[in-house]
Design a binder for this molecule. Structure first.
Ligand SMILES: Cc1cc2nc3c(=O)[nH]c(=O)nc-3n(C[C@H](O)[C@H](O)[C@H](O)COP(=O)(O)OP(=O)(O)OC[C@H]3O[C@@H](n4cnc5c(N)ncnc54)[C@H](O)[C@@H]3O)c2cc1C
Length: 387
Protein backbone atom coordinates (compact mmCIF):
# COMPACT_ATOMS: atom_id res chain seq x y z
CA UNK A 1 0.00 0.00 0.00
CA UNK A 2 1.43 3.37 -1.02
CA UNK A 3 -0.02 6.55 0.41
CA UNK A 4 2.37 8.77 -1.56
CA UNK A 5 1.54 10.61 -4.77
CA UNK A 6 3.29 9.85 -8.07
CA UNK A 7 5.58 12.48 -9.64
CA UNK A 8 2.83 13.18 -12.23
CA UNK A 9 0.21 13.67 -9.52
CA UNK A 10 2.52 16.08 -7.67
CA UNK A 11 3.06 17.98 -10.92
CA UNK A 12 -0.69 18.41 -11.49
CA UNK A 13 -1.22 19.28 -7.86
CA UNK A 14 1.41 22.03 -8.03
CA UNK A 15 0.00 23.34 -11.30
CA UNK A 16 -3.50 23.56 -9.75
CA UNK A 17 -2.14 25.18 -6.58
CA UNK A 18 -0.35 27.85 -8.61
CA UNK A 19 -3.40 28.47 -10.79
CA UNK A 20 -5.62 28.79 -7.70
CA UNK A 21 -3.23 31.22 -6.00
CA UNK A 22 -2.71 33.38 -9.09
CA UNK A 23 -6.04 33.28 -10.90
CA UNK A 24 -8.65 32.49 -8.24
CA UNK A 25 -7.62 33.64 -4.76
CA UNK A 26 -7.27 37.36 -5.65
CA UNK A 27 -10.80 37.48 -7.14
CA UNK A 28 -12.83 35.00 -5.12
CA UNK A 29 -14.12 37.57 -2.60
CA UNK A 30 -15.34 39.84 -5.39
CA UNK A 31 -17.06 36.97 -7.26
CA UNK A 32 -18.82 36.12 -4.01
CA UNK A 33 -19.77 39.70 -3.11
CA UNK A 34 -21.01 40.65 -6.59
CA UNK A 35 -22.35 37.23 -7.59
CA UNK A 36 -20.10 37.02 -10.64
CA UNK A 37 -19.99 33.76 -12.60
CA UNK A 38 -16.33 33.93 -13.71
CA UNK A 39 -16.49 32.67 -17.29
CA UNK A 40 -13.10 34.16 -18.19
CA UNK A 41 -11.51 32.23 -15.33
CA UNK A 42 -13.34 29.06 -16.41
CA UNK A 43 -11.92 29.44 -19.91
CA UNK A 44 -8.42 29.77 -18.45
CA UNK A 45 -9.10 26.62 -16.39
CA UNK A 46 -10.10 24.90 -19.63
CA UNK A 47 -6.70 25.73 -21.15
CA UNK A 48 -5.10 23.63 -18.40
CA UNK A 49 -7.56 20.79 -18.96
CA UNK A 50 -9.52 21.39 -15.74
CA UNK A 51 -12.91 21.34 -17.51
CA UNK A 52 -12.32 17.84 -18.87
CA UNK A 53 -10.25 16.11 -16.23
CA UNK A 54 -11.75 12.62 -16.40
CA UNK A 55 -13.17 12.95 -19.89
CA UNK A 56 -11.89 10.70 -22.70
CA UNK A 57 -8.92 11.95 -24.65
CA UNK A 58 -10.56 11.35 -28.05
CA UNK A 59 -13.03 14.17 -27.29
CA UNK A 60 -10.35 16.48 -25.90
CA UNK A 61 -10.36 15.44 -22.24
CA UNK A 62 -7.41 14.62 -19.99
CA UNK A 63 -8.46 10.98 -19.46
CA UNK A 64 -7.49 11.18 -15.79
CA UNK A 65 -8.52 8.95 -12.94
CA UNK A 66 -10.95 10.23 -10.27
CA UNK A 67 -8.15 10.24 -7.75
CA UNK A 68 -6.07 12.57 -9.94
CA UNK A 69 -9.05 14.86 -10.53
CA UNK A 70 -9.71 14.96 -6.79
CA UNK A 71 -6.19 16.31 -6.14
CA UNK A 72 -6.81 19.15 -8.57
CA UNK A 73 -10.29 20.02 -7.23
CA UNK A 74 -8.84 20.10 -3.73
CA UNK A 75 -6.19 22.66 -4.70
CA UNK A 76 -8.64 24.90 -6.56
CA UNK A 77 -11.18 24.80 -3.74
CA UNK A 78 -8.63 26.11 -1.23
CA UNK A 79 -9.01 29.43 -3.09
CA UNK A 80 -12.68 29.32 -4.13
CA UNK A 81 -14.92 26.35 -3.23
CA UNK A 82 -17.89 27.82 -5.08
CA UNK A 83 -16.19 28.19 -8.47
CA UNK A 84 -14.44 24.85 -8.04
CA UNK A 85 -17.73 23.15 -7.22
CA UNK A 86 -19.16 24.47 -10.48
CA UNK A 87 -16.08 23.11 -12.31
CA UNK A 88 -16.82 19.72 -10.74
CA UNK A 89 -20.46 19.83 -11.86
CA UNK A 90 -19.38 20.77 -15.38
CA UNK A 91 -16.95 17.82 -15.36
CA UNK A 92 -19.74 15.51 -14.15
CA UNK A 93 -22.16 16.62 -16.89
CA UNK A 94 -19.48 16.28 -19.58
CA UNK A 95 -18.56 12.84 -18.22
CA UNK A 96 -22.20 11.72 -18.47
CA UNK A 97 -22.33 12.68 -22.14
CA UNK A 98 -18.92 11.12 -22.75
CA UNK A 99 -19.86 7.87 -20.97
CA UNK A 100 -23.50 7.36 -21.92
CA UNK A 101 -23.92 9.45 -25.09
CA UNK A 102 -23.90 8.14 -28.65
CA UNK A 103 -20.80 8.86 -30.72
CA UNK A 104 -22.71 11.74 -32.31
CA UNK A 105 -23.57 13.27 -28.91
CA UNK A 106 -20.02 12.83 -27.63
CA UNK A 107 -18.51 14.53 -30.66
CA UNK A 108 -21.13 17.29 -30.73
CA UNK A 109 -20.84 18.34 -27.08
CA UNK A 110 -17.73 17.08 -25.30
CA UNK A 111 -14.97 18.91 -27.26
CA UNK A 112 -16.73 22.27 -26.78
CA UNK A 113 -17.42 21.57 -23.10
CA UNK A 114 -13.85 20.54 -22.41
CA UNK A 115 -12.65 23.71 -24.15
CA UNK A 116 -14.95 25.94 -22.08
CA UNK A 117 -16.95 26.99 -25.14
CA UNK A 118 -20.08 25.39 -23.67
CA UNK A 119 -21.02 25.05 -20.01
CA UNK A 120 -23.13 22.27 -18.51
CA UNK A 121 -25.85 21.89 -15.86
CA UNK A 122 -27.24 18.79 -14.19
CA UNK A 123 -31.04 18.83 -13.84
CA UNK A 124 -32.35 16.18 -11.46
CA UNK A 125 -33.94 17.96 -8.45
CA UNK A 126 -37.53 19.19 -8.68
CA UNK A 127 -39.57 21.37 -6.33
CA UNK A 128 -41.26 18.30 -4.82
CA UNK A 129 -38.52 15.74 -5.49
CA UNK A 130 -35.24 16.49 -3.68
CA UNK A 131 -33.87 13.67 -1.55
CA UNK A 132 -36.51 11.45 -3.10
CA UNK A 133 -35.26 12.21 -6.62
CA UNK A 134 -36.85 8.99 -7.91
CA UNK A 135 -40.28 10.57 -7.47
CA UNK A 136 -39.58 13.28 -10.06
CA UNK A 137 -42.53 14.34 -12.19
CA UNK A 138 -41.08 15.97 -15.33
CA UNK A 139 -42.25 14.08 -18.38
CA UNK A 140 -40.85 13.39 -21.82
CA UNK A 141 -43.64 12.22 -24.07
CA UNK A 142 -42.59 10.19 -27.08
CA UNK A 143 -43.38 11.46 -30.58
CA UNK A 144 -42.41 10.22 -34.03
CA UNK A 145 -39.22 12.34 -34.07
CA UNK A 146 -38.25 12.36 -30.42
CA UNK A 147 -39.83 13.64 -27.22
CA UNK A 148 -41.74 16.60 -25.80
CA UNK A 149 -40.41 17.70 -22.41
CA UNK A 150 -42.58 19.28 -19.71
CA UNK A 151 -41.96 20.00 -16.03
CA UNK A 152 -39.71 21.99 -13.78
CA UNK A 153 -36.40 21.59 -11.98
CA UNK A 154 -35.19 23.34 -8.83
CA UNK A 155 -31.77 24.51 -7.57
CA UNK A 156 -29.93 23.96 -10.84
CA UNK A 157 -26.28 25.03 -10.63
CA UNK A 158 -25.10 27.17 -13.52
CA UNK A 159 -28.63 27.50 -14.92
CA UNK A 160 -29.14 30.64 -16.95
CA UNK A 161 -25.43 30.79 -17.80
CA UNK A 162 -24.97 27.24 -19.03
CA UNK A 163 -25.47 25.96 -22.57
CA UNK A 164 -26.10 22.25 -22.14
CA UNK A 165 -28.57 20.65 -19.73
CA UNK A 166 -28.63 16.97 -18.81
CA UNK A 167 -32.27 16.50 -17.81
CA UNK A 168 -33.93 13.51 -16.13
CA UNK A 169 -37.58 13.05 -17.04
CA UNK A 170 -40.21 10.34 -16.94
CA UNK A 171 -40.73 8.46 -20.23
CA UNK A 172 -43.18 5.95 -18.77
CA UNK A 173 -46.14 6.10 -16.43
CA UNK A 174 -45.50 3.33 -13.89
CA UNK A 175 -43.93 5.70 -11.35
CA UNK A 176 -40.86 3.44 -11.08
CA UNK A 177 -37.33 4.80 -11.44
CA UNK A 178 -36.97 2.51 -14.48
CA UNK A 179 -39.34 4.93 -16.22
CA UNK A 180 -36.86 7.78 -15.98
CA UNK A 181 -34.68 8.70 -18.98
CA UNK A 182 -31.84 11.20 -19.37
CA UNK A 183 -31.61 13.74 -22.19
CA UNK A 184 -29.08 16.25 -23.44
CA UNK A 185 -31.01 19.48 -23.97
CA UNK A 186 -29.90 22.77 -25.52
CA UNK A 187 -30.25 25.30 -22.69
CA UNK A 188 -31.71 27.91 -25.04
CA UNK A 189 -34.27 25.68 -26.73
CA UNK A 190 -37.73 27.14 -27.23
CA UNK A 191 -40.00 26.52 -24.23
CA UNK A 192 -37.24 26.70 -21.57
CA UNK A 193 -37.44 29.48 -19.00
CA UNK A 194 -35.35 30.27 -15.92
CA UNK A 195 -36.21 31.56 -12.46
CA UNK A 196 -34.37 34.30 -10.56
CA UNK A 197 -30.86 33.58 -9.32
CA UNK A 198 -31.44 32.15 -5.80
CA UNK A 199 -30.18 34.38 -2.97
CA UNK A 200 -27.90 31.97 -1.14
CA UNK A 201 -25.70 31.76 1.94
CA UNK A 202 -22.70 30.83 -0.21
CA UNK A 203 -21.84 29.40 -3.63
CA UNK A 204 -22.34 32.93 -4.94
CA UNK A 205 -19.89 32.72 -7.85
CA UNK A 206 -22.28 30.40 -9.64
CA UNK A 207 -25.97 30.97 -10.30
CA UNK A 208 -28.61 28.58 -8.97
CA UNK A 209 -31.98 28.80 -10.70
CA UNK A 210 -35.16 26.87 -11.29
CA UNK A 211 -35.69 25.70 -14.87
CA UNK A 212 -39.11 25.20 -16.50
CA UNK A 213 -39.81 23.16 -19.59
CA UNK A 214 -42.94 23.95 -21.57
CA UNK A 215 -43.39 21.61 -24.55
CA UNK A 216 -39.68 21.57 -25.33
CA UNK A 217 -38.92 19.46 -28.41
CA UNK A 218 -36.07 17.00 -28.00
CA UNK A 219 -34.69 15.12 -31.00
CA UNK A 220 -34.39 11.32 -30.81
CA UNK A 221 -30.61 11.59 -30.94
CA UNK A 222 -30.51 13.54 -27.62
CA UNK A 223 -31.26 10.50 -25.43
CA UNK A 224 -28.42 9.46 -23.11
CA UNK A 225 -27.99 5.70 -22.93
CA UNK A 226 -31.18 3.69 -23.34
CA UNK A 227 -34.72 4.74 -22.57
CA UNK A 228 -35.35 4.04 -18.85
CA UNK A 229 -31.67 4.30 -17.86
CA UNK A 230 -31.91 7.89 -16.67
CA UNK A 231 -32.04 7.28 -12.94
CA UNK A 232 -29.08 4.88 -13.07
CA UNK A 233 -27.13 7.45 -15.08
CA UNK A 234 -28.02 10.14 -12.54
CA UNK A 235 -26.83 7.96 -9.64
CA UNK A 236 -23.62 6.93 -11.45
CA UNK A 237 -22.90 10.60 -11.97
CA UNK A 238 -23.47 11.29 -8.29
CA UNK A 239 -20.99 8.64 -7.08
CA UNK A 240 -18.21 10.65 -8.70
CA UNK A 241 -19.96 13.92 -7.85
CA UNK A 242 -19.73 13.01 -4.17
CA UNK A 243 -15.97 12.52 -4.39
CA UNK A 244 -15.74 15.86 -6.17
CA UNK A 245 -17.77 17.77 -3.64
CA UNK A 246 -15.92 16.08 -0.76
CA UNK A 247 -12.64 17.18 -2.43
CA UNK A 248 -13.99 20.74 -2.48
CA UNK A 249 -14.59 20.48 1.28
CA UNK A 250 -11.10 19.15 1.90
CA UNK A 251 -9.71 22.02 -0.20
CA UNK A 252 -11.81 24.62 1.62
CA UNK A 253 -10.64 23.22 4.97
CA UNK A 254 -7.01 23.27 3.88
CA UNK A 255 -7.45 26.87 2.71
CA UNK A 256 -8.97 27.78 6.09
CA UNK A 257 -6.12 26.08 7.98
CA UNK A 258 -3.53 27.93 5.89
CA UNK A 259 -5.14 31.23 6.88
CA UNK A 260 -5.35 30.10 10.52
CA UNK A 261 -1.66 29.20 10.52
CA UNK A 262 -0.66 32.72 9.41
CA UNK A 263 -3.13 34.49 11.68
CA UNK A 264 -2.25 32.59 14.85
CA UNK A 265 1.37 33.68 14.56
CA UNK A 266 0.50 37.30 13.70
CA UNK A 267 -2.30 38.07 16.14
CA UNK A 268 -1.37 38.85 19.73
CA UNK A 269 -3.57 39.09 22.81
CA UNK A 270 -2.47 39.31 26.45
CA UNK A 271 1.01 40.07 25.06
CA UNK A 272 1.31 36.65 23.38
CA UNK A 273 0.54 35.23 19.96
CA UNK A 274 -2.65 33.21 19.56
CA UNK A 275 -0.36 30.30 18.64
CA UNK A 276 0.94 30.24 22.22
CA UNK A 277 -2.45 29.50 23.83
CA UNK A 278 -2.99 25.78 24.37
CA UNK A 279 -6.73 26.11 23.80
CA UNK A 280 -5.98 27.46 20.33
CA UNK A 281 -3.27 24.87 19.68
CA UNK A 282 -5.72 22.06 20.50
CA UNK A 283 -8.24 23.46 18.04
CA UNK A 284 -5.59 23.30 15.30
CA UNK A 285 -4.65 19.76 16.30
CA UNK A 286 -8.29 18.63 16.01
CA UNK A 287 -8.80 20.50 12.72
CA UNK A 288 -5.73 18.99 11.11
CA UNK A 289 -6.59 15.49 12.32
CA UNK A 290 -10.06 15.77 10.81
CA UNK A 291 -8.62 17.21 7.59
CA UNK A 292 -6.07 14.45 7.05
CA UNK A 293 -8.68 11.75 7.80
CA UNK A 294 -11.15 13.38 5.38
CA UNK A 295 -8.55 13.60 2.63
CA UNK A 296 -7.70 9.91 3.02
CA UNK A 297 -11.40 8.94 2.91
CA UNK A 298 -11.85 10.88 -0.33
CA UNK A 299 -8.77 9.35 -1.91
CA UNK A 300 -9.82 5.86 -0.83
CA UNK A 301 -13.31 6.35 -2.32
CA UNK A 302 -11.82 7.76 -5.52
CA UNK A 303 -9.53 4.76 -5.89
CA UNK A 304 -12.50 2.41 -5.28
CA UNK A 305 -14.40 4.16 -8.06
CA UNK A 306 -11.35 4.08 -10.34
CA UNK A 307 -11.01 0.36 -9.63
CA UNK A 308 -14.74 -0.21 -10.32
CA UNK A 309 -15.08 -1.74 -6.85
CA UNK A 310 -18.57 -3.21 -6.27
CA UNK A 311 -18.87 -1.25 -3.03
CA UNK A 312 -17.69 2.04 -4.54
CA UNK A 313 -21.08 3.73 -3.94
CA UNK A 314 -20.79 3.07 -0.20
CA UNK A 315 -17.25 4.43 -0.06
CA UNK A 316 -18.32 7.52 -2.04
CA UNK A 317 -21.23 8.13 0.34
CA UNK A 318 -19.03 7.63 3.44
CA UNK A 319 -16.33 9.91 2.07
CA UNK A 320 -18.85 12.62 1.13
CA UNK A 321 -20.50 12.46 4.55
CA UNK A 322 -17.22 12.51 6.47
CA UNK A 323 -15.34 15.07 4.38
CA UNK A 324 -18.19 17.57 4.04
CA UNK A 325 -19.17 17.43 7.74
CA UNK A 326 -15.54 17.81 8.78
CA UNK A 327 -14.81 20.37 6.08
CA UNK A 328 -17.57 22.62 7.37
CA UNK A 329 -16.57 22.06 10.98
CA UNK A 330 -12.93 23.03 10.21
CA UNK A 331 -13.94 26.20 8.33
CA UNK A 332 -16.35 27.11 11.12
CA UNK A 333 -13.62 26.64 13.72
CA UNK A 334 -11.32 28.84 11.62
CA UNK A 335 -13.89 31.64 11.94
CA UNK A 336 -13.75 31.17 15.72
CA UNK A 337 -9.95 31.34 15.79
CA UNK A 338 -10.07 34.62 13.86
CA UNK A 339 -12.47 36.05 16.47
CA UNK A 340 -14.41 39.12 15.28
CA UNK A 341 -12.20 39.33 12.20
CA UNK A 342 -13.33 35.85 11.24
CA UNK A 343 -16.88 37.10 11.07
CA UNK A 344 -15.82 40.00 8.87
CA UNK A 345 -15.48 39.83 5.11
CA UNK A 346 -12.00 41.29 5.50
CA UNK A 347 -10.69 37.70 5.75
CA UNK A 348 -11.64 34.73 3.55
CA UNK A 349 -12.49 32.25 6.30
CA UNK A 350 -16.17 33.26 6.57
CA UNK A 351 -16.57 32.72 2.79
CA UNK A 352 -14.94 29.29 3.02
CA UNK A 353 -17.34 28.47 5.86
CA UNK A 354 -20.41 29.70 3.92
CA UNK A 355 -19.38 27.89 0.74
CA UNK A 356 -18.57 24.60 2.44
CA UNK A 357 -21.95 24.58 4.22
CA UNK A 358 -23.67 23.79 0.91
CA UNK A 359 -21.66 20.59 0.54
CA UNK A 360 -23.53 18.95 3.42
CA UNK A 361 -26.79 19.46 1.52
CA UNK A 362 -26.23 18.84 -2.17
CA UNK A 363 -25.22 15.82 -4.23
CA UNK A 364 -27.48 14.04 -1.74
CA UNK A 365 -27.80 15.40 1.83
CA UNK A 366 -25.65 13.89 4.52
CA UNK A 367 -28.74 12.23 5.97
CA UNK A 368 -29.23 10.51 2.61
CA UNK A 369 -25.55 9.47 2.69
CA UNK A 370 -26.34 7.70 5.98
CA UNK A 371 -29.39 6.07 4.39
CA UNK A 372 -27.19 4.69 1.57
CA UNK A 373 -24.38 3.56 3.88
CA UNK A 374 -26.75 1.88 6.34
CA UNK A 375 -28.77 0.16 3.58
CA UNK A 376 -25.60 -1.32 2.08
CA UNK A 377 -24.05 -2.15 5.45
CA UNK A 378 -27.16 -4.01 6.62
CA UNK A 379 -27.55 -5.97 3.38
CA UNK A 380 -26.32 -9.56 3.44
CA UNK A 381 -22.68 -9.60 4.63
CA UNK A 382 -22.62 -5.84 4.11
CA UNK A 383 -20.40 -5.07 7.06
CA UNK A 384 -17.88 -7.69 5.90
CA UNK A 385 -17.78 -6.42 2.32
CA UNK A 386 -17.40 -2.76 3.13
CA UNK A 387 -14.29 -2.38 5.23
C1 LIG B 1 -26.64 25.53 -3.80
C2 LIG B 1 -27.33 24.30 -4.33
C3 LIG B 1 -27.02 23.83 -5.60
C4 LIG B 1 -27.69 22.70 -6.11
N1 LIG B 1 -27.41 22.28 -7.39
C5 LIG B 1 -28.14 21.26 -7.92
C6 LIG B 1 -27.94 20.89 -9.31
O1 LIG B 1 -27.09 21.44 -10.01
N2 LIG B 1 -28.74 19.91 -9.83
C7 LIG B 1 -29.68 19.28 -9.08
O2 LIG B 1 -30.35 18.41 -9.62
N3 LIG B 1 -29.89 19.61 -7.78
C8 LIG B 1 -29.15 20.58 -7.19
N4 LIG B 1 -29.34 20.94 -5.87
C9 LIG B 1 -30.42 20.30 -5.11
C10 LIG B 1 -29.91 19.38 -4.01
O3 LIG B 1 -29.41 18.21 -4.55
C11 LIG B 1 -31.12 19.16 -3.06
O4 LIG B 1 -31.34 20.38 -2.38
C12 LIG B 1 -30.87 18.03 -2.07
O5 LIG B 1 -30.83 16.79 -2.73
C13 LIG B 1 -31.95 17.99 -0.98
O6 LIG B 1 -33.23 18.05 -1.49
P1 LIG B 1 -34.28 19.11 -0.90
O7 LIG B 1 -33.61 20.43 -0.89
O8 LIG B 1 -35.54 18.99 -1.66
O9 LIG B 1 -34.46 18.68 0.61
P2 LIG B 1 -35.49 17.56 1.14
O10 LIG B 1 -35.34 16.32 0.35
O11 LIG B 1 -36.84 18.15 1.27
O12 LIG B 1 -34.90 17.27 2.59
C14 LIG B 1 -35.18 18.08 3.73
C15 LIG B 1 -34.49 17.44 4.94
O13 LIG B 1 -35.04 16.14 5.18
C16 LIG B 1 -34.01 15.18 5.19
N5 LIG B 1 -34.51 13.92 4.63
C17 LIG B 1 -35.20 13.73 3.48
N6 LIG B 1 -35.47 12.45 3.29
C18 LIG B 1 -34.91 11.78 4.32
C19 LIG B 1 -34.82 10.40 4.69
N7 LIG B 1 -35.33 9.42 3.92
N8 LIG B 1 -34.18 10.08 5.83
C20 LIG B 1 -33.63 11.04 6.61
N9 LIG B 1 -33.68 12.36 6.31
C21 LIG B 1 -34.29 12.72 5.18
C22 LIG B 1 -32.91 15.78 4.35
O14 LIG B 1 -31.66 15.20 4.64
C23 LIG B 1 -33.00 17.25 4.74
O15 LIG B 1 -32.30 17.47 5.91
C24 LIG B 1 -28.66 22.04 -5.32
C25 LIG B 1 -28.94 22.51 -4.03
C26 LIG B 1 -28.29 23.62 -3.53
C27 LIG B 1 -28.61 24.10 -2.14
Amino acid sequence: MDFGLTPDQILFQNMAREFAAKEMAPHAASWDEHKIFPKTLLKKAAELGFLGLYISEDVGGMGMKRLDASLIFEELAAACPSTTAYITIHNMVTWMIDTFGSEELRQTYCPDMVAGLKFGSYCLTEPSAGSDAGSLRSTAEKTRDGWILNGSKAFISGAGESDVLVVMARTGSSGATSDISAFVVDARAEGISYGENERKLGWNSQPTRSVSFDNVLIAKSQLLGEEGMGFKIAMRGLDGGRINIGSCSVGAAQGALNHVHRYMHEREQFGRSLASFQAMQFKVADMLTKLVASRQMIRLAASKLDGKDKEASSYCAMAKLFATDNGFSICNEAVQIFGGYGYSREYPVERLMRDSRAHQILEGTNEIMRVIIARNALAERGAERIR
